[in-house]
Design a binder for this molecule. Structure first.
Ligand SMILES: Cc1cc2nc3c(=O)[nH]c(=O)nc-3n(C[C@H](O)[C@H](O)[C@H](O)COP(=O)(O)OP(=O)(O)OC[C@H]3O[C@@H](n4cnc5c(N)ncnc54)[C@H](O)[C@@H]3O)c2cc1C
Length: 500
């Protein structure tokens, strides 16, 4: 075909260059932008975000009742006091993030509706080239950057994970995933079956139960729930004493972190006692006549999967009221009228909500290449869950499972800023994590030990994730309480960092 009649390939007309390029404007990306302005003044940077606005998780999820299950004292940033009730709605979190953007002049650094699809590193130029497209116009975009800060989260935002059950096309009602909650979904007076019992189901059910005819929570296996008031007495007391909010933020963070450390430790050392306490909390709302087994008695030790916090026992109150109920069973098939269970029971449904989790998404579905060679991320070993062997000038933010994500986003940000300043000071243009001679015989293991933590989305996607070693340097330890000291003490001249 002569060139003149070839369809014009859509290529970006211009390339913009920055010192640092941040992917994503969720809690991590906005935090990264803040820390860069404070800790690396003079650094040029841009944050590129596929969605129409900031917020990430808190803008993607729009199902009724969407809220945090961590307290906002620790899910909020270290640097901006949280002044509300600890468990916050998505709207409150977005307002808080908006204030961070406004108060620190971050808006000009963030570009929305930019989806990145490829990232390639050139050792000749010592820079990344990122390509993608604008979601509104389809216009291709190209950027180059010296350093890439991946704040893309851990799951695919465009769609949630729904298993394939036989008979799905026969269902006469609607099947919806909470991640793509239809604005027009009318559940008033309807029979709704929510499949799953994690934090999403536990949030959604009390929010819709009063309006529905009935909501059934269908679970294959139960989840550990922790109940408590949506209030922190210490914070309320300090406020009554007119203590400055900055102090309250810091004191309450320390108190929560201390209590969480004790609780996490106890779930390993005295799991039976912790189980009894959690069950007593549930029983307190459901009453002694409720059959707590099997619906609320998971077989696994608390904290092997995330424990869902039930503020003011709202899910349990909905069950107690009779507007919601729990069925522990497995799905045989979907029928025209509902769900046939393995036990032979049929659950009538007008709407099926699949609160069945996420698609793990490593590196934001961006195709990576290093010097022309496609990157196989699973072949790398992680440096403290932040950087990766053989990948130059790149860090990513992956938070904690048992503590608030943002605690780690702040720690990673401190590290990245320190690294950028160090590179500037020594005149390095490239830093690549490398296994040191003393790491030569280190066992190389999967990203996470399933005995320690094993939610479905991680188990489904483990083959995509980088590997870990058996030393703290080569692991994402999931332990804020040691990382906060260890990260600050990282020796940037350690042989794990190869500078050029
Ligand atoms: C419903 C729900 C509730 C949660 N509650 C809590 C909680 O209470 N406490 C807690 O600690 N954690 C919670 N989490 C985990 C939560 O995802 C993190 O805490 C946190 O919000 C993650 O922030 P992030 O900025 O790292 O990633 P995200 O919030 O996932 O944001 C990533 C952003 O990057 C953008 N992006 C991704 N790929 C690309 C690309 N290729 N190009 C351009 N942009 C891209 C996405 O559009 C998105 O906006 C929850 C998760 C969910 C789903």
């Amino acid at each position: 075909m002569p060139d003149s009649i070839m369809p014009a390939a859509r290529v970006a007309q211009q390339t913009e260059h920055f010192d640092v390029l941040i992917v994503g404007a969720g809690i991590s990306g906005v935090g990264a932008a803040y820390h860069l302005t404070k800790q690396c003044p003079g650094t040029s940077f841009v944050a590129l975000e596929a969605q129409d606005t900031f917020g990430g998780t808190w803008i993607t999820h729009r199902y009724p009742g969407i809220r945090s299950d961590s307290d906002l004292y620790t899910f909020g940033y270290r640097f901006k006091p949280w002044t509300g009730a600890p468990i916050a709605s998505a709207a409150e979190i977005l307002r808080y993030m908006g204030e961070v953007i406004d108060d620190n002049g971050l808006a000009p650094h963030i570009r929305y509706r930019h989806t990145l699809s490829s990232a390639s590193w050139s050792s000749r130029d010592n820079r990344w080239t990122l390509e993608g497209a604008r979601t509104d116009t389809g216009e291709p975009v190209r950027f180059t950057a010296k350093f890439l800060w991946m704040c893309q989260g851990y799951y695919r935002h465009s769609e949630g994970y729904t298993p394939e059950w036989p008979g799905m096309p026969e269902f006469k009602g609607r099947i919806v995933h909470p991640q793509n909650w239809p604005e027009d979904l009318d559940y008033a007076g309807k029979n709704v079956v929510v499949i799953g019992s994690g934090a999403t189901a536990a949030t959604l059910i009390p929010a819709i139960a009063a309006d529905c005819a009935h909501v059934t929570m269908l679970q294959r296996s139960p989840t550990w729930y922790r109940t408590g008031r949506n209030a922190i007495e210490l914070a309320d007391e300090l406020r009554e004493l007119q203590v400055d909010e900055t102090w309250i933020h810091e004191i309450v963070r320390r108190k929560i972190l201390h209590d969480q450390a004790v609780f996490t430790q106890r779930s390993f050392t005295e799991p039976d006692k912790v189980k009894r306490e959690l069950l007593a909390g549930v029983r307190g709302y459901l009453g002694s006549d409720y059959e707590i087994d099997p619906h609320f008695t998971p077989s696994y030790r608390p904290w092997r999967q995330r424990i869902a916090f039930i503020p003011d026992g709202d899910l349990l109150q909905a069950i107690r009221s009779g507007k919601a109920s729990v069925v522990t069973d497995e799905i045989e098939r979907i029928t025209a009228a509902g769900i046939l269970l393995k036990s032979g029971k049929l659950l009538d449904a007008d709407i099926i909500v699949t609160a069945t989790g996420f698609h793990l998404n490593v590196l934001g579905d961006i195709e990576f290449a290093i010097d022309g060679k496609p990157l196989v991320f699973a072949d790398t070993v992680t440096y403290r869950g932040m950087m990766f062997t053989g990948i130059p000038n790149m860090a990513w933010v992956f938070g904690y499972f048992r503590a608030s994500w943002t605690l780690r986003a702040d720690l990673v940000a401190d590290f990245v800023c320190r690294l950028l300043n160090h590179m500037k000071a020594i005149g390095a243009r490239k830093v690549t994590p490398v296994l040191r001679p003393e790491d030569k015989d280190m066992p190389i293991l999967p990203w996470i030990d399933p005995e320690n933590f094993n939610p479905g989305y991680l188990m489904r996607g483990m083959h995509l994730l980088p590997k870990r070693g058996d030393k703290p340097e080569w692991q994402h330890t999931q332990d804020y309480w040691t990382e906060k000291d260890e990260f600050a003490a990282i020796d940037l001249d350690d042989r794990a960092f190869y500078y050029e």
